[in-house]
Design a protein around this ligand. Structure first.
Ligand SMILES: [Zn+2]
Ligand SMILES: [Zn+2]
Length: 124
C-alpha cells in the first residue's frame, strides 16, 4: 500500500510504501526546535520504499556531516530526516500524510527529554 503526503503549501510531496521499518514519537530537543513543536512523529522508511514526488526539498545539516534535515523552501515544513547513524533510511513525518490514521505509531524516542506539558490541558 502506498501513501502520499505533502507540506503546508503543497510544493513538496512524497510517497511511502508500507510497511515502515519502524514508527515513533521523538521528544528530542533537536526535533523540537526543527519543528517548533513539543514533539514530532516519524516513520522510518528504507531507501527504495519512499520517494519525493513534488519539488525536491531544501536541506540543512543540523549536525554537519551526520544529520541532514529536509524542508520545503517555500513554506518551511520539515519533510525528512537522514543520519549517517541510520544509513539507507529516510525518516519522514506521517503528520504530513493525506490520511495519517493509516499509520500506527508504536515507539517513543528520547522520552527523557519530553516536556512536562500535558497533551490535553484542562480547558479554562
Ligand atoms: Zn511547502
Ligand atoms: Zn528527535
Amino acid at each position: 500500500m502506498t501513501l502520499s503526503g505533502h507540506c503546508l503549501c503543497g510544493r513538496c510531496r512524497f510517497e511511502i510504501d508500507l510497511p515502515p521499518r519502524w514508527t515513533g514519537h521523538c521528544h528530542c530537543e533537536s526535533c523540537r526546535r526543527a519543528t517548533s513543536s513539543m514533539m514530532t512523529t516519524f516513520v522510518g522508511m528504507p531507501d527504495g520504499q519512499w520517494r519525493w514526488t513534488g519539488e525536491t526539498p531544501a536541506t540543512y545539516e543540523s549536525t554537519p556531516g551526520v544529520v541532514t534535515r529536509h524542508f520545503c523552501p517555500t513554506c518551511g515544513a520539515q519533510m525528512g530526516f537522514q543520519s549517517t547513524r541510520w544509513p539507507g533510511e529516510m525518516h519522514l513525518y506521517p503528520a504530513l500524510l493525506e490520511d495519517p490514521s493509516q499509520v500506527e505509531i508504536k515507539g517513543v524516542f528520547h522520552a527523557e527529554e519530553r516536556l512536562p506539558w500535558p497533551f490535553e490541558p484542562d480547558q479554562p
